[in-house]
Design a binder for this molecule. Structure first.
Ligand SMILES: Cc1cc2nc3c(=O)[nH]c(=O)nc-3n(C[C@H](O)[C@H](O)[C@H](O)COP(=O)(O)OP(=O)(O)OC[C@H]3O[C@@H](n4cnc5c(N)ncnc54)[C@H](O)[C@@H]3O)c2cc1C
Length: 297
């Protein structure tokens, strides 16, 4: 189906985009890579009056590091991130970027669009919870930086205010002795995950000093599995603590029955993927190079 008619505007700068959004008001939608927005328009689930295309704003796709701070521009595509030195250095970022859909979607879809869509099936929001990321936004009232925790407030609903756009993602590069892994289970490459689990661990003298566990496609928003983290922190990793963390992650998940699987099926996958992500994160924290890829039916 064709989308309902809309006016198309191409913004040349963030300031111009914000101005356009304010002038047009409620009927305007931002478009970055269009990989989530265009399917919605084609199915007529949304009928905006105007599209503000931010996809060609210069300098919004840079990926750089300033000391220990990692900065990713909102327009960085999944493919650019997968090919960046950052993904070479942080295996969990590589796991996520390389596992999203297929080449076509990875070449157009952006990290900013993934975060701003509020779609619980998108991989970046869950992944960014494991890195305590911050989301930089600009709008008519200026710039603000929001914690990824709570940024996605509900299904397809974020903390963005009217006229605001996501401009960058920031997080601290994990300290040495840290490792992470992002594991998903999918029907096929160009499909969203049935469920996904990210784990980021820091270890010292064999004990876990910090743990982040986040679940994707496991509820109406990305879920930070804090009880699972508590099962790991302060003790050495072992079969028992990992099993308890997996059990806690299942208890914190809120999957729904849908075409991707039943609640029971998804809970079993969450337990499996939590254990797998923790094991790989542990190996990577000890300096091992571990290949990781999503699992498919
Ligand atoms: C076949 C297919 C398979 C896919 N599989 C996966 C998958 O496995 N994992 C996964 O994570 N994703 C998947 N996706 C989604 C893809 O990653 C999208 O690219 C991404 O979710 C949205 O990025 P985008 O740049 O395309 O955003 P758009 O589609 O342009 O926008 C999405 C939403 O975010 C808003 N928006 C976009 N950018 C901004 C911004 N900077 N500030 C404010 N609002 C903004 C738009 O208004 C819109 O509401 C898939 C998509 C397709 C079509």
């Amino acid at each position: 189906m064709y989308p309902a008619p809309f006016k198309y505007h191409r913004a040349r700068s963030v300031t111009e985009a914000i101005g356009m959004l304010s002038d047009i008001g409620e009927g305007a939608r931002v478009m970055a890579g269009g990989q989530s927005l265009l399917p919605l328009l084609k199915m007529r689930f949304d009928e905006p009056t105007d599209i503000v295309d931010i996809g060609r704003i210069p300098d919004l796709s840079e990926i750089n590091e300033n000391g220990s701070e990692v900065n990713i521009g909102a327009l960085a595509t999944h493919r650019q991130i997968a090919a960046s030195p950052l993904a070479g250095a942080l295996a969990i970022v590589s796991d996520c970027a390389n596992g999203i859909a297929d080449n076509q979607v990875r070449s157009r879809g952006t990290i900013g669009g993934s975060v701003a869509s509020g779609d619980p099936s998108c991989d970046w929001p869950a992944l960014l919870h494991t890195l305590d990321a911050e989301i930089e936004c600009q709008g008519p009232e200026g710039t603000r930086t929001l914690d990824i925790n709570g940024f996605v407030e509900d299904l397809y609903q974020t903390a963005l205010r009217p006229g605001e756009i996501v401009t960058a993602i920031h997080f601290q590069r994990p300290v040495s002795g840290s490792g992470g892994a992002y594991c998903a289970f999918k029907r096929c490459a160009p499909a969203f995950p049935t469920v996904a689990v990210g784990a980021q661990l820091s270890l010292s003298d064999g004990s876990v000093t910090s743990a982040r566990i986040a679940l994707g496609s496991a509820g109406l928003t990305p879920i930070r599995a804090r009880q699972a983290e508590a099962e790991l922190e302060g003790s050495p990793l072992g079969t028992e603590s990992i099993a308890k963390a997996a059990e806690a992650a299942v208890a914190e998940a809120e999957p729904i029955d849908d075409q991707r699987g039943s609640t029971e099926y998804k809970n079993r996958l969450i337990a499996h993927l939590t254990e797998k992500a923790i094991r790989i994160a542990e190996q990577r924290a000890s300096g091992q190079q571990v290949y990781n890829s999503h699992e498919y039916y």
